[in-house]
Design a protein around this ligand. Structure first.
Ligand SMILES: [Mg+2]
Length: 222
C-alpha cells in the first residue's frame, strides 16, 4: 500500500500564531486604534477567523469599511505574510518522491485557508486538501479525516495512515478516533496528561517529515 500522511495547516505547516501577531500590530497601526487593541484582536482570532469575527471587529472599533472588505483585506494580508519554511516544502517534496501521498486536513474558512495554501505553495506539494468549511464537518470529527484520505485516493481502513498536527484534541484525538497513527507537533509544550498520548511527538513539522521519511515505508515506522 502507498503510504499516506495528513497534515494540519495552522501552527503545523505554517506559523499562524506569529503571522496573526504581526498582522494585529499592522491592523492597529493602520486604523489608529488604541494601545491594547492588538491584544484584543489576537485573542479574538486566536483559534479561528471568519467574516463573523470581523463583524465584531468592525463594531468594536466603529470602522467604516464593510465586513466583507475587512475580511478580504485580512485574507490578502495574511496570505502576503504567511510563510512555510523551505525545509518543510522540500521535506514534502521528498516524501512524495519516496512514494508518499500527502493531504492537508484543516479547520477553517475556505477562502483564507486556500489563500495561505496557495501563497506558501503548499498546495503545489500535496495531493489533496480538505477544508472544514467546504465539507461542513470539523476536526476532531472522524468524518473529516475519512474525507481527507478519500481525496488522496485511498480508503481509511486503519492500515498505517498518519496524521500530523499541533492540536491535542483536534488533530491527535480526532486522528486516533479515525483509526490513524499520530504525530504531535509539540512546539515545546508538554503533552496534556489527561489525554491518550500520540504515537510520536516532535517539536516541529520538518522533524515529523524526517521521522516518516527515515522509515522509508509506513510499515517500518514504529
Ligand atoms: Mg493547527
Amino acid at each position: 500500500m502507498q503510504p499516506l500522511v495528513l497534515f494540519d495547516l495552522d501552527n503545523t505547516l505554517v506559523d499562524r500564531q506569529c503571522t496573526l501577531a504581526e498582522w494585529a500590530g499592522r491592523f492597529q497601526a493602520r486604523h489608529g486604534l488604541s494601545p491594547g487593541s492588538e491584544r484584543w484582536l489576537i485573542g479574538l482570532l486566536a483559534d479561528r477567523a471568519t467574516p463573523a469575527h470581523f463583524a465584531r471587529v468592525r463594531e468594536r472599533f466603529v470602522l467604516d469599511e464593510s465586513v466583507g472588505a475587512l475580511w478580504n483585506r485580512y485574507c490578502s494580508d495574511i496570505a502576503a505574510a504567511v510563510v512555510c519554511p523551505q525545509e518543510v516544502l522540500s521535506g514534502l517534496e521528498g516524501l512524495r518522491a519516496d512514494g508518499w501521498r500527502i493531504g492537508v486536513a484543516t479547520n477553517g474558512a475556505a477562502d483564507i485557508q486556500w489563500a495561505k495554501l496557495r501563497a506558501t505553495r503548499i498546495a503545489d506539494h500535496v495531493d489533496a486538501v480538505c477544508i472544514s468549511e467546504e465539507i461542513g464537518v470539523r476536526k476532531p470529527d472522524p468524518a473529516m479525516f475519512h474525507e481527507a484520505v478519500r481525496r488522496c485516493g485511498a480508503v481509511c481502513d486503519g492500515a498505517g495512515i498518519w496524521m500530523v498536527g499541533d492540536s491535542p484534541v483536534n488533530d491527535i484525538g480526532g486522528g486516533q478516533a479515525a483509526g490513524l497513527r499520530t504525530v504531535w507537533i509539540s512546539r515545546g509544550r508538554p503533552w496534556p496528561g489527561d489525554l491518550l498520548p500520540p504515537d510520536r511527538q516532535v517539536a516541529e513539522a520538518r522533524a515529523a517529515i524526517d521521522l516518516l521519511a527515515a522509515a522509508g515505508s509506513v510499515r517500518n515506522v514504529e
